[in-house]
Design a protein around this ligand. Structure first.
Ligand SMILES: Nc1ncnc2c1ncn2[C@@H]1O[C@H](COP(=O)(O)OP(=O)(O)OP(=O)(O)O)[C@@H](O)[C@H]1O
Ligand SMILES: Nc1ccn([C@@H]2O[C@H](COP(=O)(O)O)[C@@H](O)[C@H]2O)c(=O)n1
Length: 419
């Protein structure tokens, strides 16, 4: 047992750790070293402090149980957090190596009772977790050790990597670029989320024809945007004005499953929405043989929200323009035109408050988290092939409709009877 945990600490030593105090400040990076380091680094002191400190990571070989354990771990730590303790997000990664990110938590304890010790002991009894402690020597040097053995390493600051670490695992954990990859995730969920089976059956029922030719079909127009930017209002008007069929993603047949998957960690939740796009794609392919099709949200929404949630901190941390992350899935039907409705934050909030409906957790997050909203908006704009055309949706509904009809009319190769 001691050997196993010792080799675990040695493995983690080749990694860099990132700790985020809050989303607005730059994270602190550090690594572990077997050679002594000089003391007194202010950046490290800001995070590691003088009190008791634990780093906790959910363990597991398979990605679905590991993702769910991470969520349970967060819930357990948040619920039981005693006064005087705080929880920070931490991650361990290999700089610029795809899929190397492991998320965890830093539990800082400045309470007189040192309550975190009890919480961590309980956690280790109940769950498969890996725990490190950080202690400060009298000379100011920090040491990190695996709680299951005595071996320690020196903590030393490390430079920030070129790519923000939270972007390393996006492909096939947050955004899926082929149906089979999202399908696999839900297959792995069947034992723990029985609804997955029904969702997979619905996907199979659609008789999806990847890459079916759209050359002879009617135009397919997707309307995208943050919540309350006027998508529903515009799609209804466009349906009427163009004699079009109105579809949405996720499709109606997934409506009953949505609340269930919305409570799952990103890996599972995003795979669910990705599959929803393929079901909608099959509906689009059928309907566009007979009439123009308007789609309320599609892949741009799935990818933009997923990327913005996965990438911590500021907009600058998003993958750069032109990154493969923003490429359209190779097997998903491409629309003829994608329009992104854009409204000012003030107007969006005004509309949300007038609507007075229950807000989803993500909507409330948008309201309070300006940073997140900016990341979603920016991710929308970076998606390529097809890229979206931004529409100023601040004016009245009639004005927005006129503007959009003008854009459609001016778009080459779009044939609408009566336009
Ligand atoms: N151009 C507009 N000017 C003023 N108010 C508008 C405009 N378009 C829509 N609204 C109002 O804003 C609110 C949100 O509009 P709507 O439901 O169409 O947005 P949405 O993008 O579909 O939202 P969600 O994604 O949350 O369903 C509604 O109360 C609607 O009447
Ligand atoms: N194609 C889609 C559509 C939606 N989502 C996710 O749902 C949320 C917004 O949907 P509303 O019905 O509330 O407008 C948003 O959080 C997206 O994560 C998606 O992923 N793909």
């Amino acid at each position: 047992m001691a050997n196993r945990s010792m080799s675990r600490l040695t493995q983690w030593c080749s990694r860099i750790f990132m700790v985020e105090i809050n989303q607005k400040t730059e994270p602190i990076y550090f690594s572990l070293s077997s050679t002594p380091v000089s003391a007194g680094n202010k950046d490290l002191e800001a995070v590691l402090g003088n009190g008791k400190l634990f780093a906790v990571y959910a363990l597991g070989d398979a990605r679905v149980p590991r993702a769910r354990s991470h969520t349970h771990l967060k819930r357990a730590l948040t619920q039981d957090l005693p006064p005087g303790c705080d929880l920070l997000n931490t991650a361990s990664f290999l700089p610029d190596v795809k899929n190397s990110l492991v998320n965890g938590f830093f539990l800082r304890d400045n309470s007189v009772l040192s309550s975190s010790e009890r919480i961590v002991t309980q956690l280790r009894q109940k769950a498969s977790v890996c725990v490190f402690t950080y202690t400060r020597e009298q000379n100011g040097v920090y040491l990190c050790s695996d709680v299951t053995d005595d071996r320690s390493y020196y903590v030393t600051t490390a430079p920030a990597p070129l790519r923000h670490p939270s972007t390393l695992n996006i492909i096939n954990s947050d955004v899926f670029y082929q149906m089979k990859d999202a399908y696999k995730v839900l297959q792995e969920c069947i034992d723990v989320i029985p609804e997955s089976k029904a969702v997979l059956e619905l996907v199979e029922e659609q008789q999806l024809e990847p890459n079916s030719s759209q050359d002879e079909s009617f135009p397919i127009i997707v309307i995208e945007g943050l919540d309350a930017t006027g998508k529903t209002t515009l799609t209804f008007s466009l349906q009427k004005a163009l004699g079009a069929v109105l579809l949405k993603s996720p499709p109606q047949c997934l409506a009953d499953f949505r609340p269930r998957f919305d409570t799952e960690p990103p890996l599972i939740r995003r795979a669910f929405y990705a599959l929803g796009n393929y079901i909608t794609a099959a509906q689009i392919a059928r309907e566009s043989s007979y009439a123009p099709v308007i789609v309320d949200r599609y892949w741009h929404s799935t990818a933009a929200y997923a990327i913005a949630t996965a990438v911590s901190g500021r907009e600058e941390n998003l993958p750069a323009v032109g990154s493969e992350i923003y490429e359209w899935p190779c097997d998903l039907l491409r629309p003829s035109l994608v329009l992104l409705l854009s409204v000012s934050p003030e107007e969006r909030l005004r509309r949300l408050s007038h609507r007075g409906l229950d807000k989803t957790e993500e909507e409330s997050q948008l309201e309070i988290n300006h940073l997140f909203r900016r990341k979603v908006d920016e991710a929308y704009r970076r998606i390529q092939n097809p890229a979206c055309i931004v529409v100023d949706a601040n004016p009245s509904p009639d004005h927005v409709l006129k503007q959009v009809l003008g854009l459609i009319r001016n778009k080459n190769n779009l044939q609408f009877p009566g336009l």
